[in-house]
Design a protein around this ligand. Structure first.
Ligand code: SAM
Length: 239
Protein backbone atom coordinates (compact mmCIF):
# COMPACT_ATOMS: atom_id res chain seq x y z
CA UNK A 1 0.00 0.00 0.00
CA UNK A 2 1.44 3.41 -0.93
CA UNK A 3 1.97 5.91 1.88
CA UNK A 4 -0.66 8.18 0.25
CA UNK A 5 -3.26 5.36 0.33
CA UNK A 6 -2.29 4.56 3.92
CA UNK A 7 -2.86 8.21 4.82
CA UNK A 8 -6.30 8.22 3.11
CA UNK A 9 -7.32 5.03 4.92
CA UNK A 10 -6.16 6.42 8.24
CA UNK A 11 -8.06 9.68 7.58
CA UNK A 12 -11.21 7.68 6.81
CA UNK A 13 -10.85 5.55 9.94
CA UNK A 14 -10.29 8.68 12.03
CA UNK A 15 -13.36 10.33 10.50
CA UNK A 16 -15.50 7.22 11.13
CA UNK A 17 -14.37 7.01 14.75
CA UNK A 18 -15.14 10.69 15.24
CA UNK A 19 -18.58 10.28 13.68
CA UNK A 20 -19.41 7.36 15.99
CA UNK A 21 -17.88 8.81 19.13
CA UNK A 22 -18.37 12.56 18.79
CA UNK A 23 -20.61 13.20 15.86
CA UNK A 24 -21.92 16.64 16.73
CA UNK A 25 -21.63 19.48 14.20
CA UNK A 26 -19.53 21.38 16.77
CA UNK A 27 -17.03 18.51 16.92
CA UNK A 28 -16.85 18.37 13.16
CA UNK A 29 -16.33 22.12 13.00
CA UNK A 30 -13.47 21.90 15.51
CA UNK A 31 -11.87 19.06 13.55
CA UNK A 32 -12.22 20.93 10.25
CA UNK A 33 -10.84 24.17 11.72
CA UNK A 34 -7.87 22.38 13.27
CA UNK A 35 -6.99 20.78 9.93
CA UNK A 36 -7.46 24.12 8.20
CA UNK A 37 -5.15 25.79 10.73
CA UNK A 38 -2.44 23.22 10.02
CA UNK A 39 -2.79 23.39 6.25
CA UNK A 40 -3.54 27.06 5.64
CA UNK A 41 -2.21 29.00 8.60
CA UNK A 42 1.05 27.28 9.59
CA UNK A 43 2.71 27.65 6.14
CA UNK A 44 1.97 31.40 6.33
CA UNK A 45 3.71 31.55 9.71
CA UNK A 46 7.00 29.98 8.63
CA UNK A 47 8.93 33.27 8.66
CA UNK A 48 7.17 34.80 11.68
CA UNK A 49 9.06 36.12 14.68
CA UNK A 50 8.04 33.88 17.58
CA UNK A 51 8.49 34.74 21.22
CA UNK A 52 6.92 34.12 24.61
CA UNK A 53 5.17 36.46 27.01
CA UNK A 54 2.28 36.17 29.44
CA UNK A 55 -1.10 37.92 29.26
CA UNK A 56 0.03 40.74 31.54
CA UNK A 57 2.85 41.55 29.12
CA UNK A 58 0.86 41.64 25.88
CA UNK A 59 2.39 45.02 25.12
CA UNK A 60 5.62 43.20 24.18
CA UNK A 61 3.83 42.03 21.04
CA UNK A 62 2.52 45.53 20.33
CA UNK A 63 6.02 46.99 20.79
CA UNK A 64 7.39 44.45 18.33
CA UNK A 65 4.74 45.32 15.73
CA UNK A 66 5.25 49.05 16.19
CA UNK A 67 9.04 48.97 16.34
CA UNK A 68 9.79 46.46 13.58
CA UNK A 69 6.90 46.65 11.15
CA UNK A 70 5.31 50.09 11.58
CA UNK A 71 8.61 51.76 12.47
CA UNK A 72 6.97 54.57 14.38
CA UNK A 73 4.98 55.82 11.37
CA UNK A 74 1.52 57.29 12.03
CA UNK A 75 -1.25 54.70 12.03
CA UNK A 76 -5.02 54.48 11.91
CA UNK A 77 -5.60 52.02 14.75
CA UNK A 78 -9.06 50.44 14.96
CA UNK A 79 -9.74 48.19 17.94
CA UNK A 80 -12.86 46.01 17.96
CA UNK A 81 -13.50 44.92 21.55
CA UNK A 82 -12.20 47.54 23.99
CA UNK A 83 -13.72 46.49 27.34
CA UNK A 84 -11.82 48.57 29.96
CA UNK A 85 -9.40 50.02 27.43
CA UNK A 86 -6.24 48.22 28.54
CA UNK A 87 -4.91 47.13 25.14
CA UNK A 88 -6.19 50.38 23.61
CA UNK A 89 -4.15 52.38 26.15
CA UNK A 90 -1.05 50.29 25.46
CA UNK A 91 -1.25 51.32 21.81
CA UNK A 92 -1.68 55.00 22.68
CA UNK A 93 1.49 54.76 24.77
CA UNK A 94 3.47 52.78 22.21
CA UNK A 95 2.64 54.70 19.03
CA UNK A 96 3.15 58.31 20.05
CA UNK A 97 3.02 59.84 16.56
CA UNK A 98 0.92 63.02 16.69
CA UNK A 99 -0.83 62.14 13.39
CA UNK A 100 -1.92 58.67 14.51
CA UNK A 101 -5.63 58.13 15.08
CA UNK A 102 -7.14 55.58 17.46
CA UNK A 103 -10.73 54.35 17.24
CA UNK A 104 -12.16 51.92 19.79
CA UNK A 105 -15.42 50.06 19.09
CA UNK A 106 -17.51 48.32 21.73
CA UNK A 107 -21.07 48.17 23.01
CA UNK A 108 -19.55 48.23 26.51
CA UNK A 109 -22.45 45.86 27.31
CA UNK A 110 -20.32 42.72 27.06
CA UNK A 111 -20.40 39.79 24.67
CA UNK A 112 -23.64 39.81 22.63
CA UNK A 113 -23.86 36.00 22.73
CA UNK A 114 -22.38 33.06 24.67
CA UNK A 115 -18.74 32.47 23.77
CA UNK A 116 -17.92 29.45 25.92
CA UNK A 117 -18.89 28.00 29.29
CA UNK A 118 -16.65 30.45 31.12
CA UNK A 119 -17.82 33.47 29.10
CA UNK A 120 -21.59 33.63 28.62
CA UNK A 121 -23.46 36.51 26.97
CA UNK A 122 -22.79 39.73 28.90
CA UNK A 123 -19.24 38.82 29.96
CA UNK A 124 -17.02 41.95 29.97
CA UNK A 125 -20.02 44.24 30.48
CA UNK A 126 -19.10 47.73 31.63
CA UNK A 127 -22.82 48.53 31.91
CA UNK A 128 -22.38 50.87 28.96
CA UNK A 129 -19.59 52.94 30.54
CA UNK A 130 -16.91 54.11 28.12
CA UNK A 131 -13.31 54.21 29.45
CA UNK A 132 -11.97 57.64 30.35
CA UNK A 133 -8.96 58.37 28.18
CA UNK A 134 -7.61 61.90 27.84
CA UNK A 135 -5.52 61.46 24.67
CA UNK A 136 -7.04 63.73 21.93
CA UNK A 137 -6.08 61.15 19.28
CA UNK A 138 -8.58 58.64 20.77
CA UNK A 139 -12.25 58.22 19.78
CA UNK A 140 -14.72 55.62 21.03
CA UNK A 141 -17.60 54.37 18.91
CA UNK A 142 -20.21 52.87 21.19
CA UNK A 143 -22.68 50.25 20.01
CA UNK A 144 -23.08 46.76 18.66
CA UNK A 145 -20.62 46.47 15.75
CA UNK A 146 -23.42 45.34 13.48
CA UNK A 147 -25.12 48.71 14.12
CA UNK A 148 -22.22 51.10 14.78
CA UNK A 149 -19.73 50.17 12.04
CA UNK A 150 -21.79 51.01 8.89
CA UNK A 151 -22.52 54.66 9.87
CA UNK A 152 -18.94 55.09 11.14
CA UNK A 153 -17.49 53.87 7.84
CA UNK A 154 -19.75 56.21 5.85
CA UNK A 155 -17.67 59.10 7.21
CA UNK A 156 -14.30 57.35 7.39
CA UNK A 157 -11.33 57.76 5.04
CA UNK A 158 -8.02 56.03 5.69
CA UNK A 159 -5.23 58.55 6.38
CA UNK A 160 -2.45 56.31 7.68
CA UNK A 161 -1.44 52.67 7.59
CA UNK A 162 -4.33 50.62 8.97
CA UNK A 163 -3.75 48.51 12.07
CA UNK A 164 -6.87 46.59 13.03
CA UNK A 165 -7.05 44.86 16.39
CA UNK A 166 -9.70 42.14 16.53
CA UNK A 167 -10.39 41.41 20.19
CA UNK A 168 -14.11 40.58 20.28
CA UNK A 169 -13.47 36.83 20.81
CA UNK A 170 -16.56 35.72 18.86
CA UNK A 171 -16.61 34.28 15.34
CA UNK A 172 -19.68 36.38 14.44
CA UNK A 173 -18.28 39.71 15.66
CA UNK A 174 -14.87 39.12 14.07
CA UNK A 175 -16.15 37.95 10.69
CA UNK A 176 -18.74 40.73 10.51
CA UNK A 177 -16.07 43.34 11.22
CA UNK A 178 -13.65 42.02 8.61
CA UNK A 179 -16.33 41.89 5.94
CA UNK A 180 -17.56 45.39 6.78
CA UNK A 181 -14.02 46.82 6.60
CA UNK A 182 -12.98 44.96 3.47
CA UNK A 183 -13.13 47.98 1.17
CA UNK A 184 -10.53 49.78 3.34
CA UNK A 185 -8.14 46.82 3.63
CA UNK A 186 -5.11 46.80 1.32
CA UNK A 187 -1.81 44.89 1.15
CA UNK A 188 0.18 46.20 4.11
CA UNK A 189 -2.81 46.41 6.45
CA UNK A 190 -1.96 44.79 9.78
CA UNK A 191 -4.43 42.60 11.67
CA UNK A 192 -3.87 41.87 15.33
CA UNK A 193 -5.54 39.06 17.29
CA UNK A 194 -5.76 38.33 21.00
CA UNK A 195 -7.50 34.93 21.09
CA UNK A 196 -6.55 33.59 17.69
CA UNK A 197 -6.68 29.85 18.37
CA UNK A 198 -9.30 29.88 21.15
CA UNK A 199 -12.13 27.36 21.13
CA UNK A 200 -10.16 24.99 18.93
CA UNK A 201 -9.67 27.51 16.13
CA UNK A 202 -13.45 28.04 15.67
CA UNK A 203 -13.58 31.78 16.47
CA UNK A 204 -10.96 34.36 15.43
CA UNK A 205 -8.94 31.95 13.26
CA UNK A 206 -12.10 30.63 11.59
CA UNK A 207 -13.31 34.19 10.92
CA UNK A 208 -9.99 35.12 9.28
CA UNK A 209 -10.01 31.98 7.16
CA UNK A 210 -13.58 32.52 5.97
CA UNK A 211 -12.97 36.23 5.32
CA UNK A 212 -9.92 35.42 3.17
CA UNK A 213 -11.87 32.78 1.26
CA UNK A 214 -14.83 35.09 0.61
CA UNK A 215 -12.86 38.24 -0.29
CA UNK A 216 -9.85 36.64 -2.04
CA UNK A 217 -7.43 37.86 0.61
CA UNK A 218 -4.11 36.40 1.69
CA UNK A 219 -1.71 37.15 4.52
CA UNK A 220 1.62 36.36 6.14
CA UNK A 221 2.24 36.14 9.86
CA UNK A 222 4.56 38.90 11.12
CA UNK A 223 5.06 37.98 14.76
CA UNK A 224 3.37 35.79 17.29
CA UNK A 225 3.43 34.29 20.71
CA UNK A 226 4.83 30.77 20.37
CA UNK A 227 1.41 29.18 20.90
CA UNK A 228 -0.18 31.37 18.16
CA UNK A 229 -2.82 32.72 20.57
CA UNK A 230 -1.70 36.35 20.21
CA UNK A 231 -0.27 37.46 16.90
CA UNK A 232 -0.09 39.93 14.04
CA UNK A 233 -0.50 39.28 10.34
CA UNK A 234 -0.05 41.49 7.30
CA UNK A 235 -2.40 41.37 4.32
CA UNK A 236 -0.43 40.54 1.15
CA UNK A 237 -1.24 40.42 -2.56
CA UNK A 238 -2.71 36.95 -3.22
CA UNK A 239 -0.62 34.68 -5.48
C1 SAM B 1 -12.05 40.44 25.43
S1 SAM B 1 -12.95 41.93 25.55
C2 SAM B 1 -11.81 43.13 24.92
C3 SAM B 1 -10.55 43.26 25.73
C4 SAM B 1 -9.67 44.46 25.44
N1 SAM B 1 -9.27 44.57 24.05
C5 SAM B 1 -8.41 44.40 26.28
O1 SAM B 1 -7.52 43.63 25.96
O2 SAM B 1 -8.30 45.11 27.24
C6 SAM B 1 -14.14 41.72 24.27
C7 SAM B 1 -15.07 42.91 24.06
O3 SAM B 1 -15.73 42.75 22.81
C8 SAM B 1 -17.00 43.38 22.88
N2 SAM B 1 -17.84 42.84 21.79
C9 SAM B 1 -17.85 41.57 21.30
N3 SAM B 1 -18.69 41.48 20.26
C10 SAM B 1 -19.22 42.72 20.07
C11 SAM B 1 -20.14 43.25 19.12
N4 SAM B 1 -20.70 42.50 18.16
N5 SAM B 1 -20.44 44.57 19.21
C12 SAM B 1 -19.89 45.34 20.18
N6 SAM B 1 -19.00 44.89 21.10
C13 SAM B 1 -18.67 43.58 21.04
C14 SAM B 1 -17.48 43.06 24.28
O4 SAM B 1 -18.40 44.04 24.75
C15 SAM B 1 -16.16 43.07 25.09
O5 SAM B 1 -15.98 44.29 25.77
Amino acid sequence: MSSQTEQSVSDLVEAAVRLLAHGSPEDWNRHYREKSFQEHFLPRAKDALLFDFDYQNRQVLYQCINGRFIQKEPIDYLEFGVWQGVSFSHWLNINTHASSRFFGFDSFEGLPEDWNRGAPKGTFSQKGAVPTIEDPRATFVKGLFQQSIPPFLDGFAVQNRLVIHFDADLYSSTLYTMMALDRFITPGTIFLFDEFTAEKYTCEYAALHDYCAACYRDYKVLCSRKDYVKLAIEIVVPE
